[in-house]
Ligand binder design. Structure first.
Ligand code: DAK
Length: 255
């Protein structure tokens, strides 16, 4: 059985984590299939935004604990697991995480590796790795701290407590909260909105925003300026500016 399902509906695609019996625990197989799917969609010009979702009960309850406890340290370090997380960072197409139910450990880290999070009212976010005698290992200490600040990140990571969707939204981890019936549709609507924009502008904007985490302000502003002028030289920018003055909808081609 595929651990990841792909639904294409150009210009968006929905990638569903599919290990419902294990609350979508992120096995090595699942991560391999996920990275393959994201890379293929990233190479496909007809796909302009990706939704990454689980099911009602779980986005993902973390790394597969059975695999973690069976593997040797060296297998975990050199077995290609880290490369898969690095590969997700390199996806240029915007990714909307659609989160319902448990979003824990590596699952929370995966949602945070996406570009924004749309959550169901039922979603629960947490980094409970300290319960297992370890700590977040796929970016949780860094991305959660950047998203919600030191004190709250310490609270979540050190105590292992879960954040409700409302609290996560208030803290800045979640962009939008939708009802338990509508969370996936809301995420798709967000993706459709993004997909209707200029792919050139959107991809460069994603790069520039992510750059904010890597650079001091002056270097980030410089990179943004260069990205802006690069976008300005594109056909998409010519079309977007012209369409505005002609009072019509733009037709973007991603060039
Ligand atoms: N792994 C494997 N199986 C899991 C699982 C997980 N993380 N979470 C749940 N399951 C399985 C359960 O074992 C159970 O299987 P059966 O017994 O039915 O065979 C099934 O899913 C249903 O779970 P429960 O019966 O426990 O369901 P409940 O509703 O009672 O409880 C729960 C739901 C989410 C509160 C509970 O399942 C739970 O606490 N799960 C573990 C959550 C957790 O601790 N997550 C953090 C895992 S550590 C790294 C990359 C990633 C990571 C680290 C490094 N590198 C690249 C360096 C990440 C680490 C982690 O995520």
């Amino acid at each position: 059985m595929s651990a990841v399902l792909i639904e294409r509906n150009e210009p968006i695609a929905v990638v569903r984590l599919n290990r419902p019996e294990q609350l979508n625990a992120l096995s090595n197989q699942l991560m391999g299939e996920l990275v393959g799917a994201l890379e293929n969609l990233d190479d496909d010009e007809s796909i302009r935004c990706i939704v990454l979702a689980g099911n009602d009960k779980a986005f993902a309850a973390g790394a597969d604990i059975n695999e973690l406890s069976d593997a040797t340290h060296l297998e975990l370090y050199f077995g290609g697991r880290i490369d898969k997380w690095d590969a997700i960072r390199k996806i240029r197409t915007p990714i909307v995480a659609a989160v319902s139910g448990y979003c824990l450990g590596g699952g929370c880290e995966l949602a945070m590796a996406c570009d924004l999070i749309v959550a169901s009212e039922s979603a629960q976010f947490g980094q409970p790795e300290t319960n297992l005698g370890v700590l977040p290992g796929a970016g949780g200490t860094q991305r959660l701290t950047r998203a919600i600040g030191k004190s709250k990140a310490m609270d979540v990571i050190l105590t292992g407590r879960f954040l409700s969707a409302g609290e996560a939204e208030q803290a800045g981890l979640v962009a939008r909260v939708a009802s338990e019936e509508d969370w996936l549709e809301e995420a798709k609507r967000v993706a459709q909105t993004i997909a209707a924009k200029s792919p050139v502008g959107v991809r460069l904007a994603k790069e520039a925003v992510l750059n904010a985490f890597e650079t001091p302000l002056a270097a980030g502003l410089e990179a943004e300026r260069k990205a802006f002028h690069l976008a300005l030289s594109s056909e998409d920018a010519q079309e977007g500016l012209k369409a505005f003055t002609e009072k019509r909808e733009p037709h973007f081609k991603g060039r």
